[in-house]
Design a protein around this ligand. Structure first.
Ligand code: 3H9
Length: 696
């Protein structure tokens, strides 16, 4: 056995040389790993006793890709191209032995090995698209040569990995190894290859599958149009398609050249920068500075939920899906029955779409019980209150929970607007009280704002974050303030959207600008979808807001066939002349004078106040980091992920520019645009949000 460098070893097992990589956490292809493989290959090639080579990794995974932290830094060590060349051109057969994940550059290294073997739990994929890139180490040319054009397009544009069993079926691996017996199986395969004198198999020479697609441009056009919606606004998928077209139509070396060129274009573009930023932002959000590493995690084996409405039912499903028993408490049998039936119906609908097995519905429903007695929650580990937003009601509930629940139980509120500290004050144990703000539909939306009260204990915070992970949420820790992080920022955009249509922009113009920016829909289309009559009372309606006026006209949104837009039978939104007139009349009545509003102004008026509010949130310590705000907005509010998030966007635009615009708007339109101190400070010193240290 010899150490090649700090992360690589070469051992011999009879006539097989085993190169093993050990570079936690994910064996990313950093300079040391590249140097290690290159050096080990040279050594193995020179050693006459070695007749075949196995490449394997230690730790939890095979190589999970290029080292993203190295991107943009000056090149060091052996290049990935050199590593691949020495492997592919090796006269001794090389077998890739895969466990965990072989992703991106990791799979691309496996694709230059002559054979691939994996354990059943392994997954293989080219997820570069998720960070705004394309596979840049030959993946776009080699994958279609193995799995065919259609499957390669699907894998590379979705970024989703395939499981080992499927990889075997589509030819991406040659053999399955028993779990725990990977190295022995890989060595045995290498030995068989040598004994049988099998000719070396190079993927680059396998042309049948790409030739089969030659002269069929319609195949690519079909793929483009079938995915147009999914790829909207994204640069990488189109470039991936172009590379696969090259794989089909050009010799491999020319295809590789094009791949290199397009890879570098993407790497230098703004989308990949945003998506790489987001990759780390989404992982950082889980880290809570100031929480000691040994903070005890409380057991959460049973959950109680108060309220079987839409929210309560949706929240319950998260736990049932994760195998955690739930008991729902309601005040009326009818409401309880309705809630339980809603949950079953949701599962049945998922099963109809083929995404859940009928037996799983029963398994999940078997974990669900309900009653009208709060006493039933005496022994649960966590209670989540999801009743309507009324402080007195919530305080009364928390007082009773305090009397009912066992010591140490976590008492959570799903409030989206009320002061958590006041709710906690109704108990004798505010250290056990936390906010768990789920977003509707709670069984679908990824985001969870974990709201830290003034007295919430470290244990309760750490347990809540861990629990969020267990139920598949993206959790962000926030502080107590009106609207927390997400809704507080949303209120800024909503205020400006409403003001803009009074000043002369039409709702469809505002929606179009935000849609083109990358949001799935604009605020007015969104209002129509949610219903304009949310919280509207016909008897008390006084025509004092535009929404009220529209509701009085029975334009209550999509469900009534009309709202800000008209809707046809296919629910296509069509701008409405009647609404245009109604807005003009309403604006006149309120004393607005209308004017031409540019698209640029719409965007800046909607987006810059959001960034400014984010700065205030940071100033007040209501979010730990700017990137946490971005994680909230990407996961809860449809902020286009390829634009990183509002705070990242502010950094990209330039905080001096954002500040100057806010100052201009403040002069022209009023104090609602007053710049945050933090924005002034950062812009004044040429710094960015991303330069800030996390708050504690
Ligand atoms: C590429 O390969 C380009 C090539 O085509 C061409 C090149 C020329 N680099 O996710 P986790 C860190 S592009 C650096 O929490 P999990 C991560 O930040 C790359 N660091 O664990 C975290 O650090 P920390 C294509 C990386 O078990 C820690 O590892 N590959 C990388 O839930 C644990 O990560 C990808 O895009 C990396 N490549 O999931 C794969 N990957 O502990 C990206 C992870 O300090 N990675 N880290 O917060 C993943 O999808 C997941 O990390 C993985 C593990 C599934 C591997």
């Amino acid at each position: 056995m010899s150490a090649i460098n700090s992360v690589t070893q070469l051992r011999t097992d009879g006539n097989v040389g085993v190169i093993s990589i050990n570079f936690p956490p994910v064996n990313a292809l950093s300079a040391a790993v590249r140097d290690g493989i290159h050096g080990a290959m040279q050594a193995a090639l020179q050693e006459p006793a070695i007749e075949a080579i196995v490449l394997i990794c230690e730790g939890s995974t095979f190589i999970a890709g290029a080292d993203i932290t190295e991107f943009g830094k000056p090149p060091a060590g052996a290049s990935l191209g050199e590593v691949q060349r020495i492997v592919e051109e090796s006269a001794k057969p090389v077998v890739a032995a895969i466990h965990g994940t072989a992703l991106g550059g990791g799979l691309e290294v496996a694709l230059v090995c002559h054979w691939r073997i994996a354990v059943p739990s392994a997954r293989l994929g080219l997820p570069e698209v998720n960070i705004g890139l394309l596979p840049g180490a030959g993946g776009t040319q080699r994958l279609p040569r193995i799995v065919g054009v259609e499957k390669a397009l699907e894998m590379m544009t979705s970024g989703s990995p395939v499981k080992a069993a499927e990889a075997l079926e589509i030819g991406l691996i040659d053999e399955l190894a028993p779990e725990g017996g990977l190295q022995a199986a890989a060595v045995a395969l290498a030995r068989r290859v040598v004994a049988e004198k099998r000719p070396l198999r190079k993927v680059r020479e396998q042309n049948d599958k790409v030739l089969a697609a030659r002269g069929q441009p319609a195949l690519f056009e079909k793929f483009r149009s079938a995915n147009a919606r999914k790829f909207r606004g994204l640069a990488a998928p189109e470039k991936i398609i172009q590379c696969v077209e090259a794989a089909v139509n050009l010799p491999i070396d020319e295809g590789l050249q094009l791949e290199r060129k397009l890879f570098l274009e993407l790497m230098q573009g703004p989308q990949s920068a945003a998506l790489r930023y987001y990759f780390f932002a989404s992982r950082q959000a889980w880290q809570v500075p100031g929480l000691p590493k040994d903070t005890p995690i409380l057991p959460v084996e049973t959950v109680g939920i108060l309220g079987a409405g839409t929210m309560g039912a949706g929240i319950a499903m998260n736990f049932l899906n994760a195998g955690i028993p739930v008991h729902i408490v309601e005040t009326r049998q009818e409401a309880l029955d309705r809630g339980l039936a809603t949950i079953r119906k949701n599962y049945e609908n998922t099963a109809k779409k083929g995404r859940l097995q009928p037996e799983d519905i029963e398994k999940r429903m078997a974990l669900l019980t309900g009653s009208l007695e709060l006493q039933q929650l005496a022994d649960v580990d966590l209670v989540i209150e999801a009743v309507f937003e009324n402080m007195e009601v919530k305080k009364d509930i928390f007082k009773r929970l305090d009397q009912t629940c066992k010591a140490g139980a976590i008492l959570a509120s799903n409030t989206s607007a009320l002061d958590l500290n006041e709710i906690a004050s109704a108990t004798t144990r505010p250290e056990s009280v936390i906010g768990l703000h789920f977003f509707s539909p709670a069984n679908v939306m990824k985001l969870l704002e974990v709201v830290r009260g003034a007295h919430t204990s470290d244990s309760v915070i750490a347990t809540s974050m861990q629990l969020a992970k267990r139920i598949g949420k993206v959790a962000v820790l926030v502080g107590v303030c009106p609207g927390f992080v997400g809704n507080r920022i949303l209120a800024q955009r909503q205020r400006e959207a409403n003001a803009l249509i009074m000043e002369g922009a039409m709702p469809w113009a505002v929606d179009r600008v935000l849609y083109q920016f990358g949001f799935p829909m604009g605020p007015f289309a969104m209002s129509d979808l949610a219903g304009l009559d949310l919280g509207w009372n016909k008897e008390k309606s006084s025509s004092s807001t535009l929404r009220e006026v529209l509701c009085e006209m029975d334009r209550r949104g999509q469900k009534s066939g009309a709202g800000f837009y008209d809707y046809d039978e296919k629910r296509t939104a069509v701008p409405s002349q009647l609404v245009e007139q109604t807005i003009a009349d309403f604006a006149k009545k309120k004393g607005y004078s209308t004017r031409e509003v540019s698209d640029e102004e719409i965007l800046e008026r909607c987006i810059y106040p959001m960034i400014n509010e984010g700065a205030k949130i940071l100033e007040e310590g209501m979010a730990l980091r700017a990137s946490d705000i971005d994680v909230v907005w990407v996961n809860g509010y449809g902020w286009p992920i390829h634009r990183g998030g509002p705070m990242f966007h502010g950094d990209q635009v330039g905080l001096d520019k954002v500040l100057a615009k806010m100052q201009e708007f403040e002069r022209q339109l009023g104090p609602q645009f007053k710049p945050a101190k933090l924005l002034e400070e950062l812009a004044g010193s040429g710094r960015k949000f991303s330069d800030l240290k996390p708050a504690r």
